[in-house]
Design a protein around this ligand. Structure first.
Ligand SMILES: [Zn+2]
Length: 340
């Protein structure tokens, strides 16, 4: 597998508050996730580009669509020989389905449709695809469907626009220069996850502090350890950590990394991310370090928080932009080695 987009970026880091108090988080591979297909999936995708549905045979005669690289029953490698492959469908039978009454923006159909498992004729397994049946009432388990193919095909499951009711076979628009194209060996898959999270009481109180330029931690009422960002329970002993502690924005950089991959919200590369042990805390927090040449950053460096101007603050951890050196003498390693 090849990974050409190596970073997962949280483009809206924690706790960007929305009007209904839920924080929007985005997790994505910018530009998509690029991977090699391997010969088996590559052959299936190359078949889709040609407007054909291909399945792979297992030693005991089952036909799997989409093909798998290994027999799910015996783990034997599949698909090495041409004889292991067979064309199936294109018509098939719906084995189960669910109705999507309100398509989302990224759905391929802009009208209500069904996600269905469809077993192509000649196959022993079903593939997942959309069925454009017009209405929920038109959907039944056991109904016959066939694919409609896009004119522009690239070697993707999306080369099938959707399945529609009936035997078909349906037209397969010719693809220009199809015979001259290389087999599909790489795919780039859009990867983006958006979710909203409603912060609990602990996080809300922490964010209220950040909005005022105050870092708040919680102290375990049993062992006395101070955690920041705060936690409701002590990870050391599992007991409540509910006593609030105001912490200074000064501390020691315990360890760090020089980042050469750009990240949303971070300074220009190369930038420094590291762990800062705030004075009075018992756990180091992940933070950015800036206002210093990256070559001059050291473990044990004393740092202080740099905040966005008061007028620009929101209920967000982004108020604390990064940490910068204070110029005080470095802290000896022995004094923070337990926190590295
Ligand atoms: Zn504790």
């Amino acid at each position: 597998m090849t990974q050409t987009s190596p970073s997962i970026t949280q483009t809206s880091p924690a706790m960007t508050q929305t009007s209904d108090d839920r924080a929007l988080h985005v997790l994505e591979f910018p530009g998509g996730y690029t991977r090699s297909t391997g010969p088996v999936i590559g052959r299936f995708l190359t078949g889709l580009r040609a407007g054909r549905l291909l399945g792979v045979r297992t030693p005991d005669g089952k036909v799997l669509v989409p093909p798998t690289e290994y027999d799910p029953r015996t783990a034997a490698a599949l698909g090495a020989a041409d004889d292991d492959w067979t064309e199936v469908g294109p018509a098939g039978t719906v084995t189960t389905w669910t109705w999507v009454a309100d398509p989302r923006p990224d759905h391929r159909l802009d009208r209500p449709f069904a996600w269905a498992l469809i077993r192509p004729d000649g196959a022993d397994t079903a593939l997942l695809h959309a069925v454009d049946a017009g209405s929920k009432a038109a959907m039944t388990t056991g109904m016959r469907v066939h694919p409609t193919w896009r004119a522009e095909r690239t070697g993707s499951i999306k080369d099938i626009a959707c399945f529609v009711p009936g035997e078909g076979p349906g037209e397969v628009p010719a693809l220009e220069n199809e015979s001259e194209l290389e087999p599909v060996s790489l795919v780039t898959i859009p990867s983006r996850l958006e979710y909203r999270l409603r912060p609990g009481n602990i996080w809300n109180h922490f964010i209220d502090g950040m909005a005022r330029g105050q870092i708040r931690g919680t102290r375990c009422t049993t062992c006395g350890k101070v955690y920041v960002p705060p936690r409701g329970a002590c990870p050391a002993d599992g007991l409540p950590a509910t006593e609030w502690v105001d912490l200074p924005d000064t501390g020691v950089l315990t360890t760090f990394a020089v980042n050469n991959v750009p990240a949303a919200g971070a300074p220009e590369v190369p930038f420094i991310s590291g762990y800062v042990l705030l004075d009075g805390a018992d756990i180091a927090m992940l933070a950015l370090v800036s206002d210093v040449p990256w070559q001059d950053v050291r473990m044990g460096m004393r740092v202080k928080g740099v905040w966005v101007p008061e007028a620009e603050r929101t209920r967000s951890v982004k108020n604390l932009r990064w940490f910068a050196p204070t110029g005080e003498p470095d802290v000896p390693f022995e004094r923070f080695e337990e926190y590295v």
